[in-house]
Write a protein that binds this ligand. Structure first.
Ligand SMILES: [Ca+2]
Ligand SMILES: [Ca+2]
Ligand SMILES: [Zn+2]
Length: 396
């Protein structure tokens, strides 16, 4: 797709930002061929016990409006481990059911504001929590084994709250008082219940806290697929809900390649996918499907999106049948991974050739790389894109 390029430096006169130095890098032409379909090599490892979750009730209910991720379900590991808690709008005395099999426990709080609650310890170090239950409706006693979908208690409004079910899920847990928050998705096949808000896994940033969707109902008898997902958010400079940024990119999707490696450095998945811009996190979002039988364990990935440099992310604990969040770097610049776009010729190097490509399009001149050079995706290649490119080039 791209022809040979010459390393000619076009000097811009723009906006007071100056290029300080360039190292001239010679590049060989690389193939830009990519497939739109997913491919997955079967990992030669046996499957492990892990939850594929079912919604914690019978019937069909929406998310409740009385709490939302922007502050109420705080990501505080010493407190509730409830960063990804969900509130469901269940009227009093709705049948509450086990999201997966395990050992049933009861509880009633003094100071954790759960009211009457139940929790279940699941195989593999998972705990599910069901709070604000109707007192006196437990159907099992401490230590009894329950299976997925069994009716464990009735919903209520204990703990001084409006009627709803507060549900949370934790991993690396042995009881109600330890573990870390886990995203309870997919659950009855659903994902994307809501944006979980103010959590470290999503950058810890205040977000725009949009009104929550109170109308979509989630049906517990929806078919459950045993699907293991890698969730990723790709934030790009100049594109977000923040003022001054473009929140309506004119090309609102892009391709992503995710290569998954096990601890022996063997590639176990190589997935080509599309991400889509979502203006709630203000980032391009992708869910890469690892298939139905992907073994739980520790992996690392190499992630690359069109126009961005590939990067490695280590220490990803994949749970079979759940969504695992691959921490890239969300809306705020964080101490972790940083997306670096601006690789306009898409050869996985950020250098003078990309700069020249952008300059060849500058001012919407006729060129070969207009869309790739329009870094904030507003249709124009101008000083905004030039400045964004410089920030990427300099590593912000
Ligand atoms: Ca390049
Ligand atoms: Ca632009
Ligand atoms: Zn809640």
């Amino acid at each position: 797709m791209s022809g040979k390029k010459t390393a000619t430096l076009v000097i811009p006169i723009l906006l007071g930002l100056l290029l300080t130095s360039f190292s001239i890098v010679s590049t060989s032409s690389t193939s830009k061929a990519f497939a739109a379909s997913s491919t997955l090599n079967s990992p030669a490892v046996t499957s492990t016990t892990a939850p594929t979750l079912r919604l914690p009730f019978n019937g069909s209910f929406p998310i409740a409006g009385d709490s939302y991720g922007c502050g109420l379900h705080v990501d505080n590991p010493t407190k509730y481990h409830d960063a990804y808690a969900l509130d469901f709008g269940t009227p009093d005395n709705t049948q509450i059911t086990a999201v997966a099999g395990g050992i049933f426990h009861t509880g009633s709080d003094g100071n954790i504001y759960y009211g009457t609650y139940a929790w279940i310890l699941h195989p593999g170090g998972f705990v599910s929590v069901y709070a604000h239950l109707m007192p006196g409706t437990y159907r099992y006693t401490d230590g009894q084994t329950v299976q997925q979908g069994w009716w464990i208690a009735n919903s209520g409004h204990s703990g001084g709250v409006p009627s709803h079910l507060h549900f949370s899920f934790r991993q690396n847990a042995t009881s109600i008082i330890d573990g870390v928050p886990a995203i309870p998705e997919p659950m009855s096949g659903y994902r994307g219940f809501k944006y979980y808000g103010y959590t470290s896994a999503r950058g810890g940033a205040p977000n725009n806290c949009p009104p929550i969707d109170l109308t979509t109902k989630f049906n517990a008898s929806n078919s459950m697929t045993r699907q293991t997902l890698l969730a990723m958010e790709f934030p790009l400079l100049g594109i977000s809900y923040r003022s001054g940024d473009n929140n309506h990119p004119n090309i609102n999707w892009d391709w992503v390649n995710v290569q998954v490696y096990n601890i022996n450095n063997i590639q176990v998945a190589n997935i080509w996918n599309n991400n889509v811009y979502n203006n709630i996190p203000g980032a391009f979002v992708d869910y890469a499907d690892l298939g139905p039988n992907f073994p739980a364990g520790n992996y690392y990935v190499h992630v690359r999106m069109n126009n961005t440099l590939g990067q490695y992310v280590y220490g990803i604990n994949v749970v079979q049948g759940l969504e695992t969040f691959v921490l890239l770097n969300t809306i705020q610049v964080g101490p972790t991974k940083t997306i670096r776009a601006g690789d306009i010729d898409n050869n996985n190097q950020l250098d003078i050739l990309d700069y020249n490509d952008l300059m060849s399009c500058y001012g919407n001149k006729s060129c070969n790389f207009h869309n790739q050079s329009d870094l904030n995706r507003d249709g124009n290649v101008d000083g905004v894109d030039y400045n964004i490119w410089l920030r990427y080039y300099q590593g912000y």
